[in-house]
Design a protein around this ligand. Structure first.
Ligand SMILES: Nc1ncnc2c1ncn2[C@@H]1O[C@H](COP(=O)(O)OP(=O)(O)OP(=O)(O)O)[C@@H](O)[C@H]1O
Length: 274
């Protein structure tokens, strides 16, 4: 088994955000997680990446007991397990290449990083990755000058700099227009197929989950209520996942206000970790 998740639970005070989640994946698949805002998708990804500690349960990836890693081993895991966020989390005033080189942060001294002293080989690799994602011509621009879709591709490039075994994407296209969303999802899918990297993506639209994923997991109130192929994800099943009472829509299945709140929280915690 490549990834096995055993009865993972996260309790915040009186709220069980993730409730006894269990599933396993035997090869590097493209897995989508869907569910309403507040279903526990972000919390689950953050536990996998060790940004948030689990209350109970176990996660194994390729022989590693993820939830019990400490110190250098935990940092090595976080390097093997790259994270992509809805709001890109780039340094806006810094140029694109420097943002991408930040993906090697764990490997260099703080001083070298502060003065942008990266080995030439790393700089070449960063440009190669940007080329692969079709944005090499933006390399010298400030990140903030790019479109949302381009910024998310920079974030993917930064993730690839870590040479991760698994990429966790938390609503990677929720802030993008449909065209940019497609470019970003195509990039993730291609990285998965060409490099054999596993991808686990929280997605807020059903059509994206159906189109890009090998397997879809549906969460509701912290629990897994669906685990199957995109073909099995019928409208009836989707109603179970999103709740029959919700004003259910195929196009938009996440309330943006809640999503924004959760994201702001995630970003603040992210800053603390860095
Ligand atoms: N740091 C925290 N402290 C307290 N409660 C939290 C925290 N993070 C998340 N929660 C709660 O856990 C539950 C699951 O939230 P989570 O963000 O994981 O859901 P989600 O499915 O990712 O939704 P969204 O799409 O809005 O991000 C929610 O009830 C949320 O309020």
């Amino acid at each position: 088994m490549l990834l096995s998740v055993e009865n993972v639970t996260k309790v915040f005070g009186r709220n069980t955000a993730v409730d006894n989640v269990a599933f396993s994946v035997d090869k590097p698949a493209f897995v989508g997680i869907i569910g309403r805002s507040g279903a526990g998708k972000s919390t689950f990804l953050r536990m996998v990446n060790r940004l948030t500690d689990a209350t109970a349960g176990a996660i194994h990836f390729d022989g590693r007991d993820v939830l019990s890693l400490k110190g250098a081993e935990k940092r090595a895991w976080q390097s093997d397990c790259a994270m992509i966020f809805q709001q890109f989390n780039l340094v806006p005033r810094m140029d694109v290449v420097s943002n991408v080189l930040h993906g090697t942060l764990n490997r260099h001294s703080a001083l070298a990083t502060m003065f942008n002293l990266y080995p030439t080989s790393d700089i070449h690799r960063a440009i190669d990755i940007l080329e692969r994602l079709g944005i090499a011509e933006q390399a010298a621009k400030r990140a903030e000058a790019l479109s949302g879709g381009q910024q998310q591709r920079v974030a993917i490039a930064r993730a690839l700099m870590q040479d991760p075994k698994i990429i966790l994407a938390d609503e990677p296209i929720a802030s993008l227009d449909p065209m940019n969303a497609q470019v970003v999802m195509d990039a993730l899918r291609r990285i998965h197929e060409e490099d054999g990297r596993m991808v686990v993506a929280n997605l807020h639209t059903l059509d994206t989950a159906r189109r890009y994923c090998d397997r879809v997991i549906g969460m509701r109130e912290g629990r897994i209520v669906f685990d199957g192929t995109p073909e099995q994800l019928t409208t009836g099943v989707a109603r179970d996942i999103y709740g029959a009472d919700a004003s259910f829509s195929e196009a938009s299945t996440s309330t943006s206000i809640d999503a924004l709140d959760a994201n702001a929280r995630a970003m603040m915690e992210e800053v603390e970790v860095l």
